[in-house]
Design a protein around this ligand. Structure first.
Ligand code: CDP
Ligand code: MG
Length: 139
């Protein structure tokens, strides 16, 4: 049984450029219900924990600097088959390879500043949702 929700995060670059509204509209139009949402800013340490699985990779330090450089929008998104469908909606990690009509194709500035995060597995969706939202914030 696939998980009925996923975790998404609009990255600092897209927030800075006022792409939040258009991105949320695309998410709703794709059939996701926003069951929790918050604007917040990660500390460097929080970004390091969030991206723990990438620790040691060449892009890790720079990614964590970037992810803590400004406000982000954290999202808990409900839909049948949410994880897979949301990964399709956001598109390839590398925007130069992202399909037309995907969020990354439209709003990414670079491989690092690729506009949005989406969980890649049930385990990570649970972990990432719990990282930002307690039960009383989920409706
Ligand atoms: O975000 P996604 O799951 O598609 O990709 P990832 O492989 O889990 O990498 C996490 C994030 O690290 C990406 O979204 C990029 O922002 C960044 N990244 C990077 O800056 N350079 C790479 N070679 C790979 C990823
Ligand atoms: Mg990932």
């Amino acid at each position: 049984m696939p998980l009925g929700y996923t975790f998404g995060m609009i990255k600092p670059s897209a927030c800075r450029k006022n792409h939040v509204g258009p991105i949320l509209a695309m998410i709703n139009q794709a059939g996701f219900r926003i069951s929790a949402i918050r604007s917040t800013k990660l500390t460097k340490e929080e970004a390091e924990t969030f991206y723990e699985m990438h620790r040691g990779k060449e892009f890790y330090e720079s990614l964590c600097e970037f992810m803590s450089s400004g406000p982000i929008i954290a999202l808990l998104l409900e839909k049948e088959n949410a994880i897979e469908d949301f990964r399709k909606l956001i598109g390839n990690t590398n925007p130069s390879m992202a399909e037309e009509g995907t969020i990354r194709k439209m709003f990414a500035e670079s491989l690092q500043k690729n506009a949005i995060h989406g969980s890649d597995s049930i385990e990570n969706a649970k972990r990432e949702a719990d990282f930002f939202f307690n039960q009383r914030e989920r409706y």
